[in-house]
Design a protein around this ligand. Structure first.
Ligand SMILES: Nc1ncnc2c1ncn2[C@@H]1O[C@H](COP(=O)(O)OP(=O)(O)OP(=O)(O)O)[C@@H](O)[C@H]1O
Length: 233
């Protein structure tokens, strides 16, 4: 069974008296353990598609299932609860809380899930070691580089072991070497821990590290191709 299944999904945004068709006729299945990129030019619908899969927004038409569960017809509160327990997010601008330390930021989702402190600390320690962040636990986001902040954001997204991690242009604010290092790190976590990642990018250097490339154009699927691991190594 696919982890994520979209059936004939469409999204229309009202814009004044006009309507913007952001997505149309999207049929898509993504399995557990995939490392997939949504690629395409600006305005092609990448963010809209990630927002729908992440239950941050609802489609205008069609249906979306995650782990066999229909995501439509839920209240805002039910959607928030679903996100908390099933989906991890990584944002372009990291979105760390400035007054919290790196470790506290990484623990954030676990706190919302009311996981006891000892278990939270253990999980963050393990993730910081895997992400090369050990020793930076007590730093505040402002005292970390962009690449380090994004690694803390990855730790936060992975902490509760969600079914899927969604990352909208995760490397957009990073230089090219840091972008590549970050993507390779995400891919290693995907391989070693089986975490499912879906990210978006229009950067060829980042796209070539994905194992499956889904290209969008004008809100439609243009192509969907696997990439051999050799292409990314
Ligand atoms: N809230 C909104 N209201 C109206 N139109 C919107 C809204 N959000 C997105 N759009 C439109 O929907 C289309 C798809 O936008 P989307 O942000 O999903 O594309 P994208 O591929 O992520 O672009 P980018 O790479 O620039 O982030 C675009 O035409 C955009 O202008």
């Amino acid at each position: 069974m696919s982890l994520i299944k979209l059936n004939n999904v469409g999204k229309i945004y009202p814009l004044g008296s006009q309507q913007v068709v952001a997505l149309a006729d999207i049929d898509l299945e993504i399995g557990a353990g995939e490392f997939t990129v949504f690629a395409g030019p600006s305005g092609s619908g990448k963010t809209t598609l990630l927002n729908l899969i992440g239950c941050l927004d609802q489609p205008t038409s069609g249906s979306i299932r995650i782990d066999g569960r229909e995501t439509g017809g839920r209240t805002a509160r039910e959607m928030a609860d679903f996100r908390l327990h099933h989906i991890g997010f990584i944002f372009q601008s990291y979105n760390l809380v400035p007054v919290l330390t790196a470790a506290e930021n990484a623990e954030f989702t676990l706190m919302l899930q009311k996981i006891p402190k000892t278990a939270r600390r253990r999980r963050v320690e393990e993730l910081f070691a895997a992400l090369g962040l050990s020793g930076l636990e007590d730093r505040r986001p402002n005292d970390l580089s962009g690449g380090q902040q994004q690694r803390v954001a990855i730790a936060r997204a992975m902490a509760a072991d969600p079914r899927v991690i969604l990352a909208d242009e995760p490397t957009a604010n990073l230089d090219s070497q840091t972008s590549e290092d970050l993507l390779r790190l995400m891919r290693r976590l995907n391989e070693e821990q089986g975490t499912t990642f879906i990210f978006s990018s229009h950067d060829p250097q980042v796209i070539h590290l994905a194992r499956r490339v889904i290209r969008l154009k004008d809100g439609r699927l243009e192509s969907d191709r696997p990439q051999s691991p050799a292409a990314g190594t």
